[in-house]
Design a protein around this ligand. Structure first.
Ligand code: FE
Length: 345
């Protein structure tokens, strides 16, 4: 059926400002990102290349389910996800294809890429977030929480709050700890965390921060961007929360703070592989890196770029762990079994 006249006119009107023909090539992006600043990312790419972007927005799990259901008929070209564990899962499930790109190999640090068996990496990290400790400044000494290991120390008995142990952000952190400490000490550490809980795990990361500020817990784990969001908020309640809490980037004297990524890949059945690769390369450019990272208050993946984001500037520089993020994914099954054994819900 032909497009109704008004709709057709609308579609043309939408293309006109970008100087695009109605038959301009289209890139289909499935994205778990939904940030205002991303609009500039997409329109700048279209301006530079003439490739129009069509976006499907869903969360990570929704995108993976959709790709599986669509199979080889999937129109997806580029996939954007917001967690290393999920990127790893998609890689293992064969939902991506390798990308050979000298640009991406040069720009994106090797430890922030997926598996590469010679044909190129399966995915690339484009921004990083840290899993940090927040604490109640009125009750806790910084020294009590300066490492992840310390969170399991009896000094923190009855103080700790976290979201579910099985949430990907915690699975990723725990997967990293397994890598740093070895499986047996990591399991003992997880048991220590359970013993130190102020309450059974519940809620999201922001809920943990607020529970610390409310005095319900004294120590909690959160991704850095939830904290940055509160730090940038003008709401009086959020300001009070930020004033009450201290922040620690753990393990600065040892292996560094755990970092996770948001990243992208080319879909297994993409029919526009060249434009898809071009889009990923574009995401590694200086300008796009700043937009991409700022969209969710994260750090650029490309080395040497400074955040323009005031909350991140306030948090300052820190030492990040350097293990490959793909290892974190590989440890997830092991970690889930440990959680079951130590009763970490
Ligand atoms: Fe999140």
């Amino acid at each position: 059926m032909p497009l109704p006249k008004t709709l057709f006119a609308l579609a043309l009107a939408a293309l006109a400002p970008l100087g695009l023909a109605q038959n301009a090539p289209v890139l289909n992006i499935y994205s778990a990102r939904h940030y205002q600043t991303d609009e500039a990312l997409y329109s700048n790419f279209t301006k530079a290349t003439g490739v129009r972007i069509q976006r499907v927005d869903a969360d990570d799990a929704g995108i993976l389910a959709r790709l599986r259901a669509e199979g080889s008929a999937s129109p997806a070209d580029v996939i954007l996800l917001v967690d290393a564990a999920r990127l790893w899962r998609a890689e293992v499930d064969g939902l991506f294809q390798p990308v050979k790109s000298p640009v991406l190999d040069k720009r994106i640090p090797a430890q922030l890429r997926g598996k590469d068996e010679g044909a190129g990496a399966q995915w690339f990290g484009f921004s990083t977030r840290a899993r940090v400790v927040v604490y109640d400044k009125t009750k806790v000494q910084t020294a009590d929480v300066e490492t992840y290991e310390k969170l399991a120390d009896p000094v923190n008995k009855g103080r700790l709050c976290t979201r579910s142990g099985s949430h990907p952000y915690n699975l990723s952190l725990f997967g990293a700890v397994v890598e740093h400490l070895g499986p047996a000490p990591a399991e003992a550490w997880l048991k220590g965390l359970v013993d130190n809980m102020a309450r059974p795990p519940k809620g999201g990361d922001t809920d943990q921060i607020k529970a610390v500020a409310a005095g319900e817990c004294a120590v909690a784990l959160t991704n850095s961007y939830y904290l940055a969001r509160l730090m940038r908020s003008d709401a009086p309640a959020d300001r009070q929360v930020v004033e009450r809490i201290g922040v620690v980037f753990p393990n600065q004297k040892t292996w560094g703070t755990h970092v996770n990524i948001a990243g992208g890949a080319v879909a297994r059945h993409s029919k526009n592989v060249q434009a898809a690769r071009q889009f990923l390369e574009y995401l590694s450019s200086d300008d796009a890196q700043i937009y991409f990272a700022n969209g969710n208050n994260e750090w650029p993946a490309v080395a040497g770029l400074k955040p323009t984001n005031p909350a991140l500037q306030r948090m300052g520089d820190f030492k990040a762990e350097t293990i490959p993020v793909s290892v974190i994914g590989m440890n997830q099954v092991k970690v889930q079994q440990m959680l079951d054994r130590v009763g970490y819900r």
